[in-house]
Design a protein around this ligand. Sequence first.
Ligand code: CAA
Ligand code: NAI
Length: 243
Amino acid sequence: MSRLEGKVAIITGAANGIGLEAARIFTREGAKVVIADFNEASGKEAEEAIPGVTFIQVDVSDRESVGRMVEKTDSEFGRIDILINNAGITRDSMLSKMTADQFQQVINVNLTGVFHCTQAVLPYMAEQGKGKIINTSSVTGTYGNVGQTNYAAAKAGVIGMTKTWAKELARKGINVNAVAPGFTETAMVAEVPEKVIEKMKAQVPMGRLGKPEDIANAYLFLASDESDYVNGHVLHVDGGIMM
Ligand code: CAA
Ligand code: NAI
């Protein structure tokens, strides 16, 4: 049986990487998927590569853009069951060199963007009396990481919002959980110097980086009815990097 039959899912940042893999898996499991991404070229490619998905361009850091994306989803599909707040960026730099702009850009997308998207879908899920919100944190959000002051702040903030919303929204039938991936093979990690990657790999008991499907399968569990009694949880999908 398909695990997401008849569900409508918005996945932000799904034109690439982890989100793209999630779009593939969710479609296979019977969901109607909206790829909500800033990158128009990749979004259109994804639409061609995965039959049935819909690309809607959005900048999650722009409240009005998010509002338009959610209205379009509603007018096309008439409901919103799942939101995966997966869009994210890095602007890595040592604290001594990080500009205020680098700090703010990451906060705007990785933290404020999650707030905008969740607030925008809330009325639809509340009216349905059911919904699943999955926020993407990171190993950096719980343990910190050299060069990631901005990103660590945002990803730790995502955990705080997840737990707050899990308490606020449970009575409306909305589950809110987070996934905290370890280093995963996508374009985001391709920018990291090789010596840093080697250090990271050495810390993973499983001895390898994550693959997009490792993370997307965790999204699937938290988006499906199988996780109906899981709320406010941070699911670490990182090969046991730090225990
Ligand atoms: N962990 C451990 N050591 C690190 C490190 C890290 N993440 N990042 C840098 N270092 C070390 C370097 O190896 C170097 O050590 P040595 O002096 O012994 O050679 C030292 O810190 C200084 O680094 P650089 O010489 O590279 O300094 P720089 O100013 O030129 O660049 C930087 C700084 C931009 C932060 C660069 O080092 C860098 O890109 N580091 C990687 C940061 C990182 O891990 N980003 C994760 C991106 S993926 C992601 O964000 C997904 C997720 O959720 C995990
Ligand atoms: P990626 O760089 O492959 O994909 C990110 C997507 O987000 C891109 O398609 C990009 O266009 C989109 N995006 C960026 N800014 C946007 C905005 N303002 N509005 C809408 N879309 C925007 O990255 P990846 O690796 O797939 O990351 C997905 C999520 O997983 C991110 O939240 C990231 O922080 C998180 N993560 C990634 C890890 C990794 O090692 N790759 C580890 C831990 C967390």
